[in-house]
Design a binder for this molecule. Structure first.
Ligand SMILES: Nc1ncnc2c1ncn2[C@@H]1O[C@H](COP(=O)(O)OP(=O)(O)OP(=O)(O)O)[C@@H](O)[C@H]1O
Length: 224
């Protein structure tokens, strides 16, 4: 089953001058695949991820995620779709610094409001354990290391059991040890849980070890 199908994606920026940043991209990604999107600075990686994540709706072409056509949905429908299907991990983790790690992880699930607070808390504790953060649940997010914070951000991205996890430079801020830890977590999520990982990276080693590389050059796919 396909986790994502992108057909004829075209994206223009109108300012300062009209400029075609993504030029007719067509590709698909399988469920449980761990894909790295690479390319030189300015090649269009972040722009593409922004489209795939349904955050940017101003494009031509179509995007289907897990059999759902997301192109054409309203902003409210997309917000609900994202909360349920997509987990995000960014270079900077955007945790709420004054909240505990546990609260940070629980928040998206409380927002989704599908499970009881107790169930959510149990799952959050489980995820923090899985990410080797046992015992730190009640620590404030402002008081942990960058590598730990990135793992909390991953736990938060996983709390609603997303089918697709999207990362924009998820290891961009990490040393090699923590980069390896994050890589191993992604690999396990893809290969053992069947979750699909789509991540933009500048790290060629990271990309080479993932299942597949999609390489952009000047807004076109030159390798997939
Ligand atoms: N909001 C915008 N308005 C106009 N041009 C933009 C906008 N955002 C990005 N661009 C341009 O689109 C091109 C692609 O940008 P994008 O950020 O997608 O590249 P990238 O491959 O992710 O780069 P990097 O590796 O540096 O993050 C660049 O030339 C950039 O200057």
């Amino acid at each position: 089953m396909k986790a994502l199908i992108a057909n004829n994606l075209v994206k223009y920026f109108k300012t300062p001058d009209p400029f075609e940043v993504l030029k007719n991209l067509t590709f698909s990604i399988e469920k449980g695949e761990f894909v790295s999107i690479i390319g030189k600075s300015g090649s269009g990686k972040s722009t593409l991820l922004y489209l795939l994540s349904t955050m940017d709706t101003d494009y031509n072409g179509t995007i289907e995620i897990n059999g759902t056509m997301v192109t054409g949905k309203t902003q409210n429908e997309l917000a609900a779709f994202r909360n349920e299907h997509i987990g995000f991990v960014f270079q900077f983790h955007y945790l709420l610094p004054e909240f505990t790690l546990l609260d940070n992880v629980m928040l998206p699930a409380l927002k989704l409001n599908r499970k009881s607070k107790n169930e959510i808390q149990n799952r959050a504790v489980e995820l923090l354990n899985m990410l080797d953060l046992k015992g730190l649940e009640m620590k404030k997010a402002s008081n942990i290391s960058g590598g730990q914070a990135q793992r909390v951000a991953i736990a938060r991205a996983l709390i609603n059991e997303p089918t697709v996890i999207m990362g924009d430079e998820p290891t961009g801020n990490l040393d090699s040890k923590n980069t390896q830890i994050v890589f191993d977590i992604f690999k396990e999520l893809a290969h053992e849980n069947g979750q699909t990982i789509i991540t933009v990276t500048h790290d060629d080693d990271f990309a080479a070890k993932s299942d597949r590389i999609i390489e952009l050059k000047d807004g076109q796919i030159i390798l997939q």
